[in-house]
Ligand binder design. Structure first.
Ligand SMILES: [Zn+2]
Length: 226
């Protein structure tokens, strides 16, 4: 009897170990075997990381914005896998590439990192904020502290289908700062997943400046060509 239970427990444990470690041998994007890496060589090749640097601005303010690459190929697949399939390995891969960028190319002094907040409806629906997941991974591996510094206070229309002007108007005045003691006089790196018009990242950065940030830099996984 006792040994029967022991065998059953052992069987279940082995199944769990198989589930965890077999997954590690397959590419998280295409499923092909790829050894101990999370991406196979073909998906890695299709990442097209090229560290974009561009300004995000309105008439009065300009922010420096960086992206790992354009929103296409494997970068797009990684973002979608994290956001819609809760594939946190995708978040890990994205985080690693951002850490590489910070260590090799980001020359700015950063005191603290933060992320574009989700609306409470999106949090309820998805259960997590993909920008926070990325920010957390980067924080641990780049040894830069992070904190939630922004809150979305306005329910906005879905940006899809809106013109550029409508998108900017739609998102204006949507954010306020929280944990304000961590903002004043600080150089802040704001993490976002995809920049399209840039309105969301711009107004987040602008809100942080209004609450006393010294400088705000924006780092996004991808830049959409739309
Ligand atoms: Zn692959």
């Amino acid at each position: 009897m006792g040994s029967g239970i022991f065998k059953s427990v052992k069987y279940v444990l082995n199944c769990i170990v198989d589930m965890v470690f077999c997954g590690m041998e397959n590419c998280i994007l295409c499923g092909f075997t790829c050894g101990d890496s999370l991406l196979c060589s073909q998906c890695k090749e299709q990442l097209k990381i090229n560290y974009l640097k561009y300004p995000l601005k309105d008439k009065e303010e300009t922010f420096k914005c960086y992206s790992l690459g354009f929103y296409s190929y494997s970068i797009k697949k990684l973002v979608l896998a994290l956001k819609y399939e809760k594939n946190f390995y995708a978040g890990k891969v994205i985080g690693e590439y951002i850490v590489d960028f910070i260590k090799s190319d980001l020359k700015e002094d950063i005191d603290i990192m933060t992320f574009v907040p989700s609306s409470s409806e999106a949090m309820k629906k998805r259960g997590f904020n993909q920008c926070e997941v990325i920010c957390k991974t980067v924080s641990v591996n780049a040894d830069i502290p992070y904190k939630g510094l922004l809150k979305k206070i306005k329910t906005t229309k879905d940006q899809i289908g809106l013109s550029t002007e409508e998108r900017w108007e739609n998102i204006k005045d949507s954010f306020i700062c929280i944990n304000t003691e961590s903002i004043k006089g600080k150089n802040i790196l704001l993490i976002d997943d995809v920049v399209t018009t840039g309105a969301t990242a711009f107004y987040c950065a602008s809100t942080l400046k209004k609450f006393g940030a010294n400088e705000v830099y924006i780092l996004t996984v991808a830049k959409s060509r739309v």
